[in-house]
Design a protein around this ligand. Structure first.
Ligand code: HEM
Length: 440
């Protein structure tokens, strides 16, 4: 039976308690497609792994990443749906894939260790630190040192991070009102233009100087400079700028949300925290953190995966339907919208055993436990042609941050912050943890 959740039910529920409303939609749908009557929009919500496989793989050309969410974002990161994007995507993927991470793992370990020491200096003498601000700084520092290298200073990188955050915050009203065309003036526009100008003032000189000097290393700008489109053309200055900015945006915002949440969730799961500490003491001890440790920090990796199973920062992924099709036995119309939800799929009770329990061990692959689940049971990093290329980079980052912090410091979260997230355009902590660091 085709189900539609009516506007008169959905609208007040979403306004009152968005997360509670999404939880209830998950229960009502039971994994089948449901139509959400949001007034101006009536997207289909698709959550079952087999239906996701249809949308993301088998009939993927029929579900494009355009329109809602993407149109306003294009003003910040450039278009990510045209032919040039595939060349850019290939460059990103090569840069942050598993094999490349082995090449720069030692550099990453050094960058993480230095950034954690800086954080400890800010928290000297028991001064409480805000997890949100600290993780933003840490993540920005790591991606900059590892992926942009000496083309940008730490101070410039912090400024770039802050301006990008301001730009993405000011584009939010547009994301909430998708029917307003970019050319019609709207709330947040002036702040957005200011922030984007600030981003451009930092990034254009970097890419211009890099182009004049030529590619000289494994950083993102050099790699983009070397890349050629299928017709042999090199990237223009604007495309180089868009490439650097989109990698920076993709690699910082979601990771910062996840890292901020991590400390709260560990505080709520002391047995996980203990197992992590044991692993880190055994693997790293009091020696310096190195790239070689990554392969041995399996529990840390599984903790990161479990964190993002229950709390995927991108909790919904929209696609525009090109032509009429049938998904999960339900006819869907061309021109309409499909919304996939990592949050709901990752918690489906008929796919996940004890879905609401935080259990890193469920991601162990050693005994084939994880291998028995369908491909799209875990949707946090998307799938198909636009799947996240940064997953290995993210996992390495979390492993190293955990190891660098917990091998040297005792981290105490203050005041037991809530583990219930808040849901807006992203799923994020309701309140940022505050913590105190003491050297071990
Ligand atoms: C918490 C960590 C992360 C999460 C949850 C995440 C999630 C995602 C998701 C869901 C998509 C696909 C969007 C869609 O299909 O509509 C995506 C795309 C992407 N991610 Fe990530 N990501 C994370 C970290 C990273 C990192 C660290 C990098 C790079 C260093 C990165 C680079 C990218 C890029 C370049 C794309 C675009 C791929 C394309 O459109 O072809 N991500 N990410």
């Amino acid at each position: 039976m085709t189900r539609t959740i009516p506007f008169r039910v959905l609208a007040p529920a979403l306004l009152r308690d968005p997360l509670g409303a999404v939880d209830r939609i998950g229960v009502v749908s039971g994994g089948d497609p449901v139509r959400l009557n949001l007034g101006g929009m009536r997207p289909w919500l698709v959550t079952a792994p087999a239906d996701l496989e249809h949308v993301l793989i088998h009939n993927r050309d029929n579900y494009v990443r355009e329109g809602w969410l993407w149109r306003p974002l294009a003003r910040l990161i450039g278009d990510s749906s045209d032919d040039r994007w595939w060349t850019k995507r290939e460059v990103f993927a090569r840069l942050v894939s598993g094999p490349s991470i082995r090449d720069f793992a030692d550099e990453m370990a050094a960058a993480v260790t230095a950034a954690v020491e800086e954080m400890a200096a800010r928290g000297a003498a028991g001064r409480p630190l805000d997890a949100g601000a600290e993780m933003a700084r840490l993540v920005c520092r790591i991606i900059t040192r590892v992926l942009i290298g000496d083309k940008i200073s730490n101070a410039e990188a912090d400024l770039l991070g802050a301006r990008l955050m301001a730009a993405s915050a000011s584009v939010r009203p547009r994301l909430m009102f998708p029917f307003v065309p970019n050319r019609v003036p709207f709330l947040g526009d002036a702040a957005f233009r200011r922030a984007r100008r600030g981003v451009d003032e930092l990034v254009f000189p970097i890419v211009r100087a890099a182009r004049a000097a030529g590619p000289d290393g494994p950083d993102i700008v050099s790699r983009l400079l070397e890349a050629r489109m299928p017709d042999g053309r090199a990237f223009t200055l604007r495309e180089l700028r868009d490439g650097m900015v989109s990698l920076f945006v993709a690699g910082t915002e979601t990771t910062t949300i996840a890292m901020t949440f991590l400390w709260t969730i560990l505080d709520h799961n002391p047995q996980v925290r203990e197992a992590l500490q044991d692993e880190i003491d055994r693997v790293v001890g009091d020696g310096p953190l190195t790239g070689a440790h990554l392969a041995e920090l399996a529990y840390a990796r599984n903790t990161a995966l479990e964190l993002l199973r229950l709390y995927p920062p991108g909790w919904m992924l929209p696609r525009t339907i090109v032509a009429d099709d049938v998904v999960g036995g339900v006819p869907v119309r061309g021109g309409g919208l499909i919304v996939m939800s990592p949050y709901l799929t990752n918690r489906l009770p008929h796919v996940w055993d004890r879905p609401l329990e935080f259990d890193p061990a469920r991601h162990e692959t050693r005994h084939g436990r994880g291998a028995r689940r369908p491909t799209f049971a875990y949707l946090t990093f998307g799938g198909g042609p636009h799947a996240c290329v940064g997953k290995p980079f993210f996992l390495a980052e979390v492993q190293m941050i955990l190891a660098a912090v917990l091998s040297r410091f005792r981290l105490e979260v203050q005041g037991s912050p809530s583990a219930r997230p808040t849901l807006g355009l992203t799923l994020r902590p309701r309140e940022n943890a505050r913590f105190v660091l003491t050297r071990r």
